[in-house]
Structure formats: C-alpha cells, structure tokens
Design a protein around this ligand. Structure first.
Ligand code: NAD
Length: 489
C-alpha cells in the first residue's frame, strides 16, 4: 500500500487551467487488480460546477464562430495525438478499470474512431435546401450548436464513453463539461492534457471531478443546455426526469441484461470464443455483455460441455499481464455484490455449474467466471443487471421461445443470435426487443457512425449517442423560407 500522503490528488481542468478543488471531500481511486490506492479524486462542489458552466457559456460565444474547417482540423489533431499515445491510454484504462490490456486497447480504438467520426463535421453539419418550394421561394435549414453540454460517464469505459460525447459536441461548436466516473477519473485527465496541448480555446473542454453533488448541480444549472448520461438505470432515470423538468435536453443510456441465443445449427468452433468473450470479457462489466444464454435443446449438451470447459480454463489476474483474460471487478463492494448473487441463485433453485467464488483472491477485487443453469425468469439472477463475469443459461425449444424469454426483460440494449438460418435471423431481427443486434457476434457494439441505440429501460430520451442521432442531439435547426422577387427584372 502506498503511503497516503504520497498519493496524487487530481485537479479539475477549467478555463484551460488545472485547478485544485476547494472541496474537503475526496475519494480514493484504486487499482482494482491489487486493491492499492493510486490517486485521490476531489468530489467537487456545486459552486465549482457552476463556475465551470459559466466559463463554458462564455467560451461558447466565440467557439461557435470558429470556422467549421478549423474545428474539424482540431479533431484530426486530436485523433493523431490519441493514435500516438494509444499504448499509454490503454495502460491507464487497465490500471484504473482492471480490464486486460487487449480489451483496453479495443476501447481506445473505439474512442479514436469517435474522433474520426467527429472530424467529418463539415459534412455532418451541412443543411438542406429546396430551391422551388413555391414561386421564387426557397426553404433552407441550417444546423447550429446549442451551448454548454455536460457529460456524466460510468466506470466501465473510461475512454470510450466520454468519446461518444465530447468530440461530436465540441466539433459541432458546443462547449463541454465532463464529469467522469469518480471510480475511473484518470483517463479524463489525460484527455484534458491533450486538448490543452492541441490548443482548444480555454473553456471549450472542461473536466469537473465529483459525484452526486456535481451531478445535481449539472441538473439544476441554467447555463447548461444538454446532458449526455451513460450509467446505471436508476441514476439515468433520475437524471432524465429531473433534467427534462429543468428544461434541458437529456439522453440517458442506462442498464442492460443482454440475451444471446445459440441455435442448433450454430457453428460452435466459431461461436464459442465469441460467446466466452461476450460473457467474461472486461469481467462482464459491459453494457453489451452476454448476461443470459438461451441455448436450443438439440445443441445444449455439447454446447454446455465445451462452454464450461473453456470458462474453467480462463486465466484470471492483473490485466497488465499478457496472459490474463479475466481481470477484477471494479471495487470490493461489486465483488461482494456478485458473491451475494451467487448465494441468491443457489437459494432460488438454479444450478451452479461454475462457481465464481473459486476465483476470489487475497488481493484485488476478483470473481471467477460464474455459470448458472436451469435459470427461470422469476429468479433475481435473471431479472437484475449483475454486471460481473456471471452468466445465466436457459434451455429453449426454438427461436420463438428464445425471443419470448428475452422480451420479458425490462432492459433491451443488445441481443445476439448464433445460427446459419436466414429464416431465424429474420424472425430474430423483426421480433426481438433490443436496439442493437449481433448476428454470429458476441458484442454487437456499433461503430461510431451508427447510433448506440438501446430500447426500453436501457435508454431514456429520443436521440441516442453517435451516428446521426449524436449530431442531432448536439445541434438545433433553423429553417429559413425566402422569396426572391425575380419578376421585377
Ligand atoms: P452509475 O450509474 O453508478 O454511475 C454513472 C455516473 O453517475 C457516474 O459518473 C456517477 O458519479 C454518477 N452517479 C452515480 N450515482 C449517482 C447518484 N445517486 N446521483 C447522481 N449521480 C450519480 O454507473 P456505473 O456503475 O459507473 O456504470 C455501470 C452502469 O453503466 C451499468 O448499469 C451499465 O449497464 C451502464 N452502462 C450503460 C451503457 C449504455 O450504453 N447503455 C454503457 C456503459 C455502461
């Protein structure tokens, strides 16, 4: 354990400067693989958030007038910097989140991709025109930035999720305040360093660390026009309700309980590593993780034998080691929560096929891969989002039964189907309640040019992050109707 007086205290980045928070409230940031404290994060105050918002509002007045070509070029510069530093960024993600370096590198690539998408802003912001709406009448629409946007992000993707938000918002001419997860705040510090080095004007991009107080201040602040939130269901629901009541636009991407269907004709050789990755990659702490497997009865025994064998062979350890597949969960309380779900599953009568308790280690917040069979939809372990390397398996008769089980869930983020049957694929696509589908894929997270489009209780709002939704969320339109008096010539 480090001596606490040696532990670095993070600063906020406001108005182009690194500022010590005035708060007396700090929280430890841990390396979840060792349990060591690696930094302290300030839980900033309402006054600090209000000050950042007022600065961002002032910065908006000039940033929105900077030519779009210049803003796009600054995004290209950011993209280059991220590419140059990609290994360093992946190491920060592994250090603070625990996922292995390969998963962290994948996350960094996704973040870079969002900047690449935002760098196309000159095309994305183009308006529309009709030259002859009536005699000599033209109608044109223009897109404008809306003002100050606040981003509130979760612990599980310290790089990718903030990048769903600020590159597009800032490229469109808005200014931005990022409130990173207080559990994984280090990556945001690096991003602010890069934005500073590139020369984004003071106040365009700001980082205010904190937790509930900063979030409440964001919701109530009159200078903030829009909130992008990604995190758990109850928090997202609260922010959506209160943010809208305060007349802001809000997009809230929330919890999940994704179902993955394996039909009799699935190619197991190809599917198994993808399903293992979907279930246990990033320690199951993905909003697109495979939480429930619905396996058709004809392939069930062979699938389970191979799936359980592969899960047993998973190497658990510090994500910094090249051999590690499964890193820790984020905190001791998440580890304990997962162990409680194991007790609950047993108590409710599911069959514990692989016991994650065996993966608990003396240091770090580890849980081994956990597999329950004979799960039913009245069990807690099926209903709730566990967010850990924990999988419930249900045997199904056919695709129709599988879809009907999945549709019972209150969440509808992603769903996957493993099959060779075009008929089953069409049935799945047309009938499943989920906003993002994977066909013969384990983690169907769309590339940045498409919306991250959860349904039901996995999303509150109208416009998702990324894709056309992303730019529409961060802009408003002005429509001009004009008559030109050409009969006067
Ligand atoms: P979380 O809801 O605990 O925290 C998210 C953010 O909200 C953090 O910045 C946190 O400081 C803040 N927050 C937490 N509790 C709050 C409260 N009571 N009042 C005000 N602010 C509060 O989520 P998490 O544990 O960091 O992340 C995991 C969750 O995120 C999972 O539910 C996962 O499914 C979800 N997630 C969803 C998506 C998606 O696209 N749908 C993507 C990633 C993660």
């Amino acid at each position: 354990m480090l001596n606490m007086s040696d532990v670095r205290v993070l600063k906020n980045y406001i108005n182009g400067e690194w500022v010590e928070s005035k708060t007396s409230d700090f929280q430890e940031v841990y390396n979840p693989a060792t349990g060591e404290v690696i930094a302290k994060v300030p839980l900033s105050t309402k006054e600090e958030l209000d000050q950042a918002a007022s600065i961002a509002k002032e910065a908006f007045e000039s940033w929105k007038k900077v030519s779009i070509v210049r803003r796009a070029r600054m995004m290209f510069e950011l993209q280059n910097k991220l590419i140059e530093h990609r290994d360093e960024l992946a190491e920060i993600v592994t250090l603070e989140n625990g996922k292995n370096l390969k998963d962290a590198a994948g996350e960094v690539t996704r973040g870079i991709e969002s900047v690449e998408s935002a760098a196309g802003i000159t095309h994305i912001m183009m308006g529309e025109t009709i030259a002859n709406a009536a005699t000599d009448v033209e109608v044109s629409s223009y897109k404008y930035p809306i003002g100050v946007i606040a981003g509130i992000t979760p612990f599980n993707f310290p790089m990718m999720v903030p990048f769903w938000m600020f590159p597009m918002a800032v490229a469109a001419g808005n200014t931005f305040i990022l409130k990173p997860s207080e559990q994984t705040p280090l990556l945001a510090e690096k991003v602010a360093e890069f934005m500073d080095e590139i020369g984004f004007p003071a106040g365009v991009f700001n980082v205010v660390h904190g937790a509930h107080d900063v979030v409440n201040a964001i919701i109530e602040n009159k200078d903030i026009e829009g909130i992008s939130f990604v995190g758990s269901d109850p928090v997202g629901r609260m922010i959506y309700e209160r943010g809208c009541a305060n007349m802001k636009r809000v997009q809230a991407l929330t919890g999940a309980n994704n179902h993955l269907i394996v039909l009799d004709d699935a190619d197991l050789e190809d599917s198994l590593p993808k399903i293992i990755g979907g279930a246990f990659g990033s320690a199951g702490q993905r909003c697109m993780a495979a939480a429930v497997l619905l396996v058709q009865e004809g392939i069930y025994d062979e699938f389970m034998e191979r799936f359980v064998k592969e899960a047993k062979d998973i190497v658990i350890g510090n994500g910094m080691d090249d051999t590690t597949y499964l890193g820790p969960v984020i905190r001791e309380k998440n580890q304990q929560r997962t162990l409680n779900y194991i007790d609950k599953g047993v108590e409710e009568g599911a069959h514990l096929t692989l016991d994650g308790r065996e993966g608990v280690q003396e240091d770090g917040f580890f849980v081994g891969p956990t597999i329950f069979e004979d799960v039913t939809t009245d069990m807690t372990i099926w209903k709730e989002e566990i967010f850990a390397p924990f999988v419930s398996v249900i045997k199904v008769k056919d695709i129709a039964e599988a879809v009907s089980v999945a549709n019972t869930s209150e969440f509808a983020n992603g769903a996957c189907l493993f099959t060779d049957s075009a008929r089953a694929i069409r049935y799945f696509r047309e009938n499943i309640d989920a906003g993002m589908l994977g066909i013969n894929l384990g983690v169907p997270a769309p590339i940045a040019w498409f919306a991250f489009s959860g349904w039901k209780n996995s999303f509150y709002g109208d416009l998702h992050t990324n894709g056309k939704d992303g730019i529409n969320f961060y802009t408003r339109q002005r429509t001009v109707t004009a008559q030109y008096l050409t009969n006067k010539f």
